[in-house]
Design a binder for this molecule. Structure first.
Ligand code: UDP
Length: 234
């Protein structure tokens, strides 16, 4: 698979590092350095960030909020992460542009497909906050949506483990990693690595998903080159 333009999905958890919530400076810097290296290597990288390190919509239910209210708060969390990542990537020496699916012009640009494509073509990393801009969705689905819209060659899903296993590799030392799965298999197995809506959208738009571990320096560049350990859903 020859990759020129990629959509990288980073969960909020990936930015929380050992803290488990909020933002962890060293982790943010390390991920930004990896993204900057990918940009310098000539890849066009758009990023969709999650917000679980701040808030997930369903958490609101236990606090007397409706799902709609909780999801609004969750989407705001993703914009906070997008702003943090934009800053960290620029600090790593590469131009970046945060764009939000929900207009907040005092903080960042509003997402518009053609403008995002222009930024990518001009050598900027684009960091997309706000998910799909709608409640009842996740940023995984937002990532599949933006990858399809921006005509990305692949969706890179960075996680804590180096692919998709037949059981939890942290609990079962004999767990086997899949090298390759179809979208239909991923949906049928109800894999937790991404939600069904995201897999279905990827399937319908002919988008491949590469699941890899973010935990080695240079992991993002390696994944873009198809090197290292990963599972490909195609
Ligand atoms: N969210 C939403 N619509 C979207 C994307 C996200 O309402 O299109 C909200 C939802 O409440 C979600 C939260 O934002 O729980 C954070 O996103 P997500 O859980 O996908 O983040 P991650 O698990 O990747 O950190």
């Amino acid at each position: 698979m020859q990759v020129k333009r990629a959509l990288l999905k980073l969960s909020g958890e990936a930015l929380a590092g050992p803290n488990g919530s909020g933002l962890h400076g060293e982790t943010l810097t390390a991920i930004a350095a990896d993204i900057a290296a990918a940009n310098r290597a000539g890849f066009e990288v758009a990023i969709v960030v999650g917000g679980g390190n701040f808030f997930r919509g369903v958490q609101g239910l236990s606090r007397g909020l409706t799902r709609n209210a909780g999801d609004s708060i969750g989407m705001l969390g993703t914009v906070m992460n997008a702003l943090a990542l934009e800053h960290a990537i620029e600090a790593a020496g590469v131009p970046a542009r945060a764009m939000s699916a929900i207009a907040m012009p005092a903080l960042c640009e509003s997402y518009a497909r053609r403008r995002a494509i222009d930024h990518l073509g001009n050598g900027k990393v684009v960091v997309l906050g706000g998910g799909t801009g709608n409640p009842w969705f996740t940023t995984d689905t937002g990532a599949a949506l933006r990858a399809a819209e921006l005509e990305c060659d692949v969706l890179l899903k960075g996680t804590n483990v180096d692919g998709v296993y037949d059981s939890d590799p942290r609990a079962n030392p004999h767990a086997i990693r899949f090298d390759r799965l179809t979208h239909a298999e991923a949906i049928a197995r109800d894999l937790k690595v991404m939600d069904t809506a995201a897999f279905a959208l990827a399937r319908d738009s002919g988008l491949s998903i590469l699941v890899f571990s973010l935990h080695t320096p240079g992991a993002i560049c390696a994944a873009l080159r198809g090197e290292g350990a990963f599972t490909l859903v195609a």
